[in-house]
Each structure stands twice: as C-alpha cells, then as structure tokens.
Design a protein around this ligand. Structure first.
Ligand code: FPP
Ligand code: MG
Length: 440
C-alpha cells in the first residue's frame, strides 16, 4: 500500500466536505492510531496483519485530510513504551516500517508532485541502524517539500522529547551559545522534535481509550481532544468529519485560550528580561538605581541581544540535527551502492540470515523430518500384536535391547523433534516474508 492513496470522495462525501470547509478547519491534526491488535483479534487475523491494515488506514486518512484542506498530520506510529511488547511484535513493526520507508523512497516523484514533506519525530538512535538510515534518507529526500506535512512519531514519547529538549538547551549553555537565563517555555518549544510545526489544533484517539499515552503532551495543551470508540483500521471518513465538527464547536474557546497563553508568555519573557537587566545595571552602576528611561532602553537592547543569541543557538541546533540525518542518509546511499556491487554482502542478506534460519539448517531439518516420518511409517507397519508384545517385554527388561540400537533410536528421535520444530519455524518465517512483500 502506497503512502499517497489516490482516490476521490463520492458525491455525498464531497458535499459534506464542502460544508465542513465553510467553517474553521484544523490546520494540524494528530492521531493516536489505536486498536490494531483488537481489530486483528476481531477479524481472526494475526497481529501483524492488524498493524499492516493500520498503515493502509493511515494512507487513506491522509487522503481525506488533504481533501478537507488539512495540510499537516502527526501520527503516533511507535511509542518508546512499545519496545516492551513481545520481541516478535516489535520485530514485526520494525519490518513494516522498513518496508514502508523503502516504499516511500520509491514514491519520491509522487511525493514531490503532491509536495509532501515527511518528518520522523523521535529518538532514532533507539532503532536498528538500517531503519535509522532508511528514515534519514526518506526525511532528507522530502525535506524541501512544503505543501503538506506528515510527522511520523516513531520511537517517541513526549517525556523523552521534553527531556531531550532540556539536554539541548544545556548543550547550548555549555557551548556558550545561550545563557541559562535565556531558557524559557518558548525556547523549550523550539528545541522539541516538533519545532518545525505549529501545535496540533485537533488530537484524535481511536479505540475508546481516553488517555494521551505520553503523546504530544506539551503541544496539545490548547488543542481539541477527541476520543472515538472506532478501532483504527476501521476508521472512516465520517469519523474524521465528526472529529472536525467537534473542533469547530470548540474553535472559539480554543482560539481564546491560545491567545491568552501567548500574552502570558510575552509577559513572562518581559519580566525575565527586566530581571536580567536589573541585575546587570546593579552590577555596572555599583548598586546605584538606574532611572526609568535608561532601564527601558536597556531592556529593549537586552531583548534584541537575547533574540540574536537564541537565533544563533537554534541555527546551531538545526545544523547539528541536519548533519546527523545527512550523515545517516549518506551511509544508507553507500550501503545501497555496496549492495549493488556485492549482493552477497548486502544488508538484506544480513536481515535474511538474522530473521530466518540459514539454508543448510532448513535442508537438514526437512530431511531429518522426512527420515523420521519414514521410520515411523515402517514401525507402525510392524506394529502387529507380536511386535507390541516384544516392545512390552523390552520395557519390562525381559528382553535386552542392544545399547547401540537404543542410542541410534534416541538420536533419531531427538533429530526428528528438532527437525520438526525447525521446519515449523522455517515455514512460519517464509509465510511471513511472503505476507510482508510489498504489493507490486
Ligand atoms: C496501536 O494499536 C498501534 C500501534 C502501536 C502501531 C501503529 C502503527 C501503524 C498504524 C503502522 C504505521 C507505520 C508507519 C511506518 C507509519 P495497538 O497495537 O495498541 O492495538 P490495541 O490497542 O488493540 O492493543
Ligand atoms: Mg493500544
């Protein structure tokens, strides 16, 4: 399934979309796409299929957002807490992400045509290196696009993001780029992974859970929160319209709360500048108080210098982040070139060996299973009452079994059990690989 799903709304949907667009439409919508596993259980398919259908729904929802003139979407695709799920599920989600980001790179032209910029918000260093490189390549490839934005939160939690922002500011102070007194709410917002986006106007969580689960806690303090009971893979255009209507009903109070907050931030910044200037004047004026016009002038000058410092710091931070991504992306390009030059040593071959058993193991397993089955058929054929009595006498110790025969029997049995297990495992891996193949 492609990231950009082509398709038109039907007549009734189009009419409804136009009615909605006559009112205030959110410019940025965030989704907690919850309920994939419950959907899988409901439909009696495996968990991975639930997540896969979840991705398909994301592609469809992005199209509806564009049709409703919503230019920015942020989705919670993988929380840092999701690393605590079973190894199989985490690996499945990583594989799905790899497939989708590879697909995204194949669709570069289409993304350029639609002007889609993809950003990934989260701590990439927690992810497998090949996925980090793919993500970096996708982000670098689309970063100049500016008509619509998709932010994928991957290896993300809000607390981790905030702690990281605080560390970035501490780095700025350490480097002498900013002063400790420059630290403010506004500066912290600029250091978040989401610094390039306005705060979401509307946050939607599906599946009936009414928690934020550590998602965009800082950014949604003045957003409209909508909790819907539908499972994510079953999300519909009408569910989205319903959420937009709830946003429209609350638009006036949301706008007011935001304006009040902005005024408060400005007031706090001015107060902080006054405090810094008062200390400076006290220092330079040998404790003598400065007159009001002098103080006012000093505050204005101080504000200009502070803004310049902050601007330089943010520029340095952007460069640091950009070079991290560019470096990762170029590693991915080099790896891809190496792969073409020497297919035997490529990353895919590594993934293959790490996720499925080597070829010789599968061969050994299949042959030992065949041997065991043949052996069993012969034994069953011999299972006449006479043979059965002989077995009974052997167990009772009345007849001596040769140690050599016993050892051979035991080894055959063990091999067969291991063989059966490994054959099952190989078959499962192969089925999963076929299921995960991207559609042509
Ligand atoms: C929550 O449902 C969903 C996730 C943890 C994964 C969401 C991922 C996708 C939709 C795929 C996105 C992939 C990319 C590359 C953008 P759940 O697993 O918590 O289900 P449950 O609530 O029913 O247990
Ligand atoms: Mg869930």
């Amino acid at each position: 399934m492609s990231w950009i799903r082509e398709g038109e709304l039907n007549l009734i949907e189009r009419l409804s979309a136009n009615v909605l667009k006559a009112g205030p439409v959110p410019k940025h919508v965030a989704f907690i796409m919850d309920g994939n596993r419950r959907f899988a259980r409901k439909k009696h398919v495996d968990r991975q299929e639930g997540h896969s259908q979840g991705f398909n729904k994301l592609a469809e929802t992005l199209r509806w957002c564009l049709q409703l003139d919503i230019p920015e979407v942020t989705v919670y695709a993988f929380s840092i807490e999701n690393f605590n799920r079973s190894r199989e599920e985490v690996d499945g989600l990583m594989e799905l992400a790899k497939l989708k980001f590879l697909r995204l790179l194949d669709e570069r032209e289409k993304l350029e045509r639609h002007g889609v910029c993809i950003r990934v918000l989260g701590d990439l260093t927690l992810l497998p290196l090949d996925l980090q490189q793919l993500i970096a390549k996708a982000v670098v490839a689309t970063r100049e696009h500016n008509r619509c934005f998709l932010n994928v939160c991957f290896a993300y939690t809000s607390r981790h993001e905030m702690a990281n922002a605080v560390r970035e500011m501490a780095w700025g102070v350490e480097q002498g780029l900013i002063k400790a007194s420059d630290v403010s709410e506004a500066l912290l917002s600029e250091c978040l992974y989401s610094s390039n986006s306005p705060n979401p106007d509307l946050l939607i969580r599906t599946s009936g859970e009414v928690r934020l689960s550590d998602f965009l806690l800082w950014q949604t303090s003045h957003s409209c929160l909508v909790f819907q009971s539908v499972l994510w893979p079953e999300y519909s255009f009408w569910n989205l319209c319903d959420a937009v209507i709830q946003y429209q009903c609350n638009h006036a109070s949301i706008t007011k709360a935001r304006e009040l907050h902005q005024d408060e931030q400005r007031r706090q910044q001015l107060e902080a500048d006054y405090a810094c200037v008062a200390e400076l004047l006290h220092h330079h004026g040998n404790g003598k108080p400065a007159d009001a016009p002098r103080r006012q002038e000093a505050v204005t000058e101080y504000g200009v210098r502070r803004e310049a410092r902050v601007k330089d710091f943010l520029e340095a931070l952007r460069n640091k982040r950009d070079s991290f991504l560019t470096e990762l992306a170029s590693q991915a390009t080099k790896a891809a070139k190496g792969k073409k030059a020497n297919p035997a040593e490529n990353g895919d071959a590594k993934t293959e060996t790490s996720s499925s058993p080597p070829y010789w193991v599968s061969t050994l397993c299949v042959s030992s299973t065949l041997l065991f089955t043949t052996d069993m058929i012969i034994r069953l054929g011999r299972l006449t009452p006479g043979y059965f009595r002989l077995l009974q006498r052997q167990v009772a110790g009345e007849v001596q079994t040769k140690p050599h025969d016993r050892a051979v029997n035991q080894i055959a049995m063990m091999l067969a059990i291991v063989g059966l297990g490994m054959s099952y495992y190989s078959a499962k891996q192969m089925t999963e690989k076929v299921r995960n193949q991207p559609p042509p």
